[in-house]
Ligand binder design. Structure first.
Ligand SMILES: NC(=O)c1ccc[n+]([C@@H]2O[C@H](COP(=O)([O-])OP(=O)(O)OC[C@H]3O[C@@H](n4cnc5c(N)ncnc54)[C@H](O)[C@@H]3O)[C@@H](O)[C@H]2O)c1
Length: 272
């Protein structure tokens, strides 16, 4: 028996990268998965391609290969109705929501934070902060009504804990999720719903690839290489490293862990 047998997990941004890895890891623990993503490569004010509907379908395929049920919902975390539809679909398909991984996010790089334009700033906050709020708001009533407690994990970043030259809009949004997490941990404790953040260092995903492609031309390469190295000798970690932490965090083994910011960062936040 896996640690999540019979439970339902909703994952935002699950079309690829860390979200897909989490879907597979938690399916392996016995959970059924509702995986949601924007499903459109071209998104305004995002400089690199996001996940497609085919990516979303591939995540479902990988979940089903583990003999678990996977359901895909094309949805934008910035859209209230979309997130409601995700929660409604999860309830219609599985009758319960036990776990939410608010993982969807975008990145963007500028020479300096004080030169970020309005549209890029707003798209970042709408996606990486407001999108997290809307995802949580859609599922919480179902978790409360279920009466079984629950677990919410927000994917923040080391950039939510430290200064973030060249992408202060990203850092501000990620730091915002920490306060949101703590507030919700307080409000939802009476319902036995735990809320935590994870803070990855650089992870080997399409987002990180896009970042590496633009960081050199836009910012000072030397500053990137020296300032942003991990303490442990690894340039980027793997999506599975984050999935392993999350699999523990959402399980009963972490039943009294709530309101916590967990770095999975090869020592980055200790060094910097
Ligand atoms: N890769 C890294 O180095 C790194 C480091 C720290 C934190 N993170 C965070 O980890 C999370 C996962 O990112 P990843 O590394 O897997 O990158 P990724 O780009 O592979 O995955 C992010 C997913 O979010 C989806 N998404 C973006 N905007 C959306 C929207 N409006 N609605 C719905 N879905 C949307 C994308 O389509 C994509 O599938 C993000 O929140 C990211 O900020 C990443």
């Amino acid at each position: 028996m896996g640690s999540l047998e019979g439970q339902t997990v909703v994952i935002t941004g699950g079309g690829r990268g860390q979200g897909r890895s989490h879907a597979v890891a938690l399916a392996r623990e016995g959970a059924n998965i509702v995986v949601t993503d924007i499903g459109e490569a071209e998104v305004r004010n995002v400089s690199y391609g996001l996940a497609t509907e085919e990516d979303l379908a591939e995540t479902v395929r990988q979940v089903e290969a583990l003999d678990r049920r996977g359901v895909a919902v094309k949805a934008d975390v910035r859209n209230t109705e979309d997130m409601q539809r995700v929660a409604d679909t999860a309830m219609a398909e599985f009758g319960r929501i036990d776990i939410l991984l608010a993982n969807a996010g975008i990145h963007g790089i500028f020479q300096n934070t004080y030169t970020i334009d309005d549209a890029s700033w707003q798209t970042m906050i709408d996606t990486n902060l407001t999108g997290v709020f809307k995802s949580i708001r859609a599922v919480v009533p179902h978790m409360i009504e279920g009466g079984r407690g629950g677990s919410i994990v927000i994917t923040s970043s080391v950039d939510g804990l430290r200064a973030t030259p060249s992408w202060g809009h990203y850092g501000a949004a990620k730091a915002g999720t920490v306060n949101l997490m703590k507030t919700l941990a307080v409000e939802l404790a009476p319902h036995k719903i735990r809320v935590n953040t994870v803070h990855p260092t650089g992870v080997n995903t399409p987002m990180a690839e896009a970042l590496m492609d633009t960081v050199g031309p836009i910012t000072d390469q030397w500053r990137y290489a020296t300032d942003r190295a991990n303490l442990l000798d690894v340039p980027v970690i793997e999506p599975e490293d984050i999935s392993n932490a999350i699999a523990w965090l959402v399980s009963d083994k972490a039943r009294y862990v709530t309101g916590v910011s967990l770095p999975v960062d090869a020592g980055y936040t200790t060094k910097h």
